[in-house]
Design a protein around this ligand. Structure first.
Ligand code: SAM
Length: 282
């Protein structure tokens, strides 16, 4: 067995969130590659882990890869950690993991805290389909562009945002997605001032702007997806499609229904298929 690279999640606030396995792995490897050795030294000290640390952050990642891969090839087991949460999730580590794979070094995840997943699990928005969008661009013009691209997304979206940009970001979101769009706000997860709320974008923009404390700390936004076709429209569509399907193929009926109602052809086609299957079964 050659050396292994363990990708180890660490807490995002509450230190009890580290796993037994994470502690054991961090104690047993030869070296720990960390985003910031000073931050990680405190964590290691807390758990009495004496494994040496080496820096592997955004600025030196490419240069450092060769050295780290060399050490793995020499048989040294290694753990990769970031300042908080899961490495590679809006954190460095991707290049090291990719290089390890390319050199046939086994990469082993040691799962644990991740702010995106913790937020999604608690804000009460649909979690069956979601996308992780990381940080939006900091410049307003680019942020608006990014938001416009996400406007019609129907799945839940998870976004990380810096506290000093939160008010501007929420205002832009309310403008692009509409003030009525539901949003989850997860701030300081697992920490003393943890705040978990769900409201509309318009309400959240006011709530955060009027309370400076809500503009501090670490924040995850969970945006509800764009509403699917409304129930009433669905009923009308069903009636129309049912009639059209008596004389036309699924393709022709859905094309005509889309032309007549303005709904997306893909939506009409999918529904026509469902109605056809339903009629065949009954
Ligand atoms: N790798 C981390 C993870 O697994 O979530 C994310 C690192 S990223 C550089 C830092 C961002 O994650 C913060 O700006 C914030 O959006 C989010 N975050 C991290 N810890 C958090 C916490 N305790 N509460 C809320 N958001 C958090």
């Amino acid at each position: 067995m050659g050396a292994q690279l363990f990708v180890v999640a660490t807490p995002i606030g509450h230190l009890d969130d580290i796993s037994y396995r994470a502690i054991n792995v961090l104690k047993s490897v030869n070296i720990i590659a960390a985003e910031d050795t000073r931050t990680s030294a405190q964590l290691l000290k807390h758990f009495n882990i004496q494994t040496p640390l080496t820096a592997c952050h955004d600025h030196n990642e490419s240069n450092k890869i060769t050295q780290l891969i060399q050490r793995l090839q020499n048989g040294e087991d290694m753990a990769l950690i970031s300042d908080a949460g899961t490495p590679l999730i809006s954190d460095p580590g991707f290049k090291l993991v990719r290089a390890a794979q390319e050199h046939n070094i086994r990469v082993i995840p040691v799962p644990g805290a991740c702010a995106a997943i913790a937020a999604l699990s608690a804000v009460g928005l649909p979690s069956d389909r979601f996308s992780f969008e990381g940080f939006l661009p900091s410049k307003q013009s680019q942020r608006l562009l990014a938001l416009h691209k996400l406007k019609d997304e129907t799945q839940t979206m998870i976004i990380y945002e810096a506290p000093h940009r939160i008010v501007a970001c929420l205002k832009d979101m309310a403008e692009v997605f509409g003030a009525e769009r539901p949003v989850g706000f997860a701030r300081e997860i697992t920490k003393t001032f943890e705040t978990i709320k769900k409201m509309t974008l318009g309400e959240l923009a006011v709530f955060v702007e009027s309370d400076h404390n809500q503009q501090k700390g670490e924040i995850v936004l969970v945006i509800g997806g764009a509403a699917e076709e409304k129930d009433l429209e669905q009923e009308k569509l069903d009636q129309l499609l049912t009639r059209l399907l008596q004389d036309l193929s699924v393709k022709a009926a859905s094309q005509l229904a889309a032309d007549l109602t303005g709904i997306k052809k893909k939506v009409a086609y999918q529904r026509a298929l469902e109605l056809t299957q339903h009629n065949e079964e009954s």
